[in-house]
Design a protein around this ligand. Structure first.
Ligand SMILES: C[S@@+](CC[C@H](N)C(=O)[O-])C[C@H]1O[C@@H](n2cnc3c(N)ncnc32)[C@H](O)[C@@H]1O
Length: 172
């Protein structure tokens, strides 16, 4: 799943701004275990900071971590905490996989991420689409109106559908 969702540009581009730092919101309990952060760090060579508001998710992801190398894991609520505590002021790439549906104030969140990106940076979002999910799972997807909230503020929007999910590459 990771390779289908990971755009080729992640593998081939090298962002110069800020030393190519990548931030991922990660989840340890169900499916990711910080795998995307480790892939970006170890396989693609990016300096990576991975955040989650859940200490349990971070604990599980860190248990998978090589003690000598790997992403920085940090507990942070991206909606309410001060992002100035992050190791870097700006990030050439911010990734957000299976998280956007759970964000309460989506426009404020998108504004916040924009402030972390330098010109030429990329916000990469993977999210299920509610309209492609069965009734009982629609709450983990985003609606057409929420897609508009996510994509409207960017000068460049690329998207690719993957079954019930969609990947977006958004640039200021
Ligand atoms: C469905 S999981 C997906 C995790 C992982 N990115 C993946 O692809 O498997 C959603 C994760 O988002 C985290 N999360 C939700 N709201 C958050 C917020 N405001 N700040 C940081 N993390 C958040 C949750 O704690 C949870 O671990």
């Amino acid at each position: 799943m990771l390779s289908r969702e990971t755009p080729l540009e992640l593998a081939h581009n090298r962002w110069s701004a800020g030393g190519a730092v990548i931030k991922e919101t990660l989840h340890g309990c169900r499916n990711n275990d910080g795998a995307l952060a480790r892939y970006l760090h170890a396989d693609l060579g990016y300096r990576t900071t991975a955040i989650d508001c859940s200490s349990a998710a971070l604990k599980i992801a860190q248990a998978e971590q090589d003690a000598n190398d790997g992403p920085v894991f940090q507990q942070l609520d991206i909606e309410t905490d001060d992002s100035s505590v992050l190791p870097d002021a700006g990030y050439a790439l911010v990734t957000c996989r299976l998280v956007f549906a759970f964000i309460k104030d989506k426009p404020a969140f998108v504004d916040r991420i924009r402030c972390l990106l330098p010109p030429g940076g990329t916000f990469w979002v993977v999210t299920p689409l509610a309209e492609r999910l069965p009734e009982e799972r629609k709450s983990i997807g985003i609606t057409v109106q929420q897609v508009e909230l996510l994509t409207a503020p960017w000068s460049s929007v690329e998207s690719e559908a993957l079954d019930s999910m969609c990947c977006y590459a958004l640039r200021p």
